[in-house]
Write a new protein. Structure first.
Length: 62
């Protein structure tokens, strides 16, 4: 479900704009960066947070 919401958010952005995504759980941490990269987006950062979540910054493909 996280990827679907992220994809919809990316589709609303202009090329080159940034999207900050909060990830909960192991599966989104593994799958979302890989899938976003496969679709041509750039993962600028992936940071683990103290509460167990992760924060990922994406740049929409040009």
């Amino acid at each position: 479900m996280t990827f679907v919401r992220t994809r919809l958010a990316l589709d609303r952005l202009q090329p080159g704009q940034l999207l900050l995504v909060l990830l909960r759980g192991d599966e989104p941490r593994r799958n979302l960066p890989r899938t976003a990269t496969e679709q041509g987006h750039t993962v600028l950062s992936l940071e683990e947070l103290p509460d167990g979540e992760a924060r990922m910054l994406l740049r929409r493909r040009a």
